[in-house]
Design a protein around this ligand. Structure first.
Ligand code: ADE
Length: 268
């Protein structure tokens, strides 16, 4: 016989049972956050380290990736950074689309989480400090009154359905409308009403569009800093509440991350 002794095969590491449905377990998560104030508490909480290698994104862009391991997850948090000329956070749909595209290409995430603040409509039940999970997203400032182009402009999409996540974390659910302005023109207002939106932000529908292009499921966690149909001027109310509401946002995102760890997409 052979002189090679027969040895028992090394025990394979314990593996969780395969996922049913789409067959995917959430392993790599991509969190897209537009504002530094919203991002840094999460970077600290999950002890993420800033990517210093500089090969992920093109040279010279302000985009910043933080990453680390948490439980069974590889967490990547990408912040579009400060505008290179003006030094303010690169908010809005253009930067959000670009960083989402580049990050998905580089990191191949199983799930995208777009987290941030939003304006809320009290007529739809929103209060300052509420955290919403968006069921649907659409644009309110892309008016193209030509058949079918009108629908393209609105760009309405369902988000990934996560009934167990909603139940477990007791999140509010509502439709999100996205535009590139913090204020709201009468035309925006009519479109937001037509979108049946409870909350309005400046990135969600753009992140969703790119996620759809690249077939990555996405969820949207948005905390209300200001009441759009209230009495106070939006910029003041937004800045006044930003810090306190960011704490609520980051707590919710942390809970989402905890819930995700070890789960299949189909279990969310
Ligand atoms: N983010 C926070 N408040 C907002 C508002 N009122 N409109 C758009 N984005 C927001």
């Amino acid at each position: 016989g052979s002189s090679i002794p027969e040895v028992a095969p090394a025990p394979s590491p314990a593996k969780a049972p395969a996922c049913g449905g789409d067959g995917r377990r959430v392993s790599t998560v991509l969190i897209i956050i537009a504002m530094q104030t919203e991002a840094l508490p999460l970077v600290n909480k999950f002890q993420l380290s800033e990517d210093t290698d500089g090969s992920l994104f093109p040279k010279g862009v302000p985009w910043v990736r933080y990453h680390g391991k948490y439980k069974e997850l590889d967490i990547n948090l990408v912040w579009p950074g400060k505008d290179s000329v003006l030094g303010v956070d690169s908010v809005g749909t253009v930067s959000a689309s670009l960083v989402t595209y580049a990050s998905v290409q580089a990191l191949k995430p199983d799930l995208i989480i777009n987290a941030g603040t939003a304006g809320g409509f009290k007529a739809k039940g929103a209060c300052v400090g509420d955290v919403y999970l968006a069921s649907d997203v659409a644009f309110h400032d892309r008016r193209i009154p030509i058949p079918v182009f009108d629908l393209y402009g609105i760009g309405a999409r369902r988000t990934l359905s996560t009934p167990n996540l909603v139940k477990e974390l007791n999140l509010k659910v509502g439709k999100l409308s996205t535009g590139d302005s913090l204020d709201m023109s009468p035309q925006d207002e009519a479109a937001i009403l037509a979108n049946d939106a409870t909350i309005k932000d400046m990135e969600g529908a753009a992140v969703s569009y790119v996620a759809g292009l690249l077939s990555v499921p996405a969820i949207f966690v948005k905390a209300v800093t200001d009441i759009v149909d209230g009495e106070k001027p939006t910029p003041e109310e937004f800045l006044q509440n930003l810090i306190a509401v960011t704490a609520a946002l980051d707590q919710a995102v942390s809970q989402v991350i905890d819930f995700l760890s070890g789960k299949c997409l189909s279990e969310l």
